[in-house]
Design a protein around this ligand. Structure first.
Ligand code: TYD
Length: 210
């Protein structure tokens, strides 16, 4: 794990597809900005890096990339994301809210059979630790229903029920392993309730940075 000497605060929102992480990450940034904080939203995989673009192209391909290749692309994209966006903004003292981070690699590439401890170790070599991780937890059936009703392009190959069940299981194992920095929030509640919970968790951690 690289030690980072930034003066900002790094928030990570995680969860299975359909859990509402993008909605809540964006809302959190909006709410923090209206409270006077300097907060910015960012996401992985990026839309601008070569590995990020390759990954996005693969989402709707009939066949998934081999898991090791997929894992490496996410890792390469993450390194670029950190270097170009996350670290510079943390160094400017900003609150950076990322919609997905290395926990997604552990859960998703882990769901395909890659050893999740190995995924975690490889990521910790190149990543900085977030100050707080919020895991939005919802039942897989509800997630699939939300994806199907929200999307015009339909469910992609990462979003099949069996995959999401495995992904969810790994996320919960990760949270069990690190209960002091990963908070599980029930994402099934109404948006304002979930958002208030996330904002309160942020404020409780922000006033006492570890
Ligand atoms: P998603 O958050 O759905 O992106 P967007 O809403 O911007 O299209 O992420 C796309 C997919 O990438 C999602 O199904 C999870 C997957 N993913 C991984 O498998 N590993 C990773 O390390 C990351 C960051 C994402």
């Amino acid at each position: 794990m690289s030690e980072s000497s930034h003066s900002g605060f790094f928030v990570c929102i995680e969860g299975i597809d359909g859990s509402g992480k993008t909605t809540h990450a964006r809302l959190l940034v909006k709410n923090l900005c209206s409270l006077g904080y300097d907060a910015v939203y960012t996401t992985e995989p990026t839309r601008y890096s070569i590995p990020g673009r390759k990954l996005r192209e693969s989402f709707f391909a009939p066949e998934r990339l081999p898991v090791e290749e997929e894992f490496r692309l996410f890792l390469d994209d993450r390194v670029i994301h950190l270097k170009d966006e996350v670290i510079p903004q943390l160094e400017q003292g900003k609150i950076v809210v990322t919609d997905r981070y290395y926990f997604s690699s552990v859960a998703y590439q882990g769901s395909r059979g890659l050893d999740w401890k190995y995924i975690l170790e490889e990521n910790l070599k190149v990543s900085i630790k977030p100050n707080i991780v919020i895991l939005l937890d919802i039942p897989v059936d509800d997630a699939i229903e939300r994806i199907a009703s929200d999307r015009t392009e339909g469910v992609n190959t990462f979003e099949k029920k069996e995959t999401l069940q495995k992904v969810k299981k790994i996320y919960l194992l990760l949270a069990e392993d690190d209960p002091y920095s990963i908070y599980i929030v029930n994402g099934s509640k109404p948006i304002p309730t979930v958002q208030d919970e996330i904002k309160d968790l942020f404020l409780s951690r922000y006033s006492k940075p570890s």
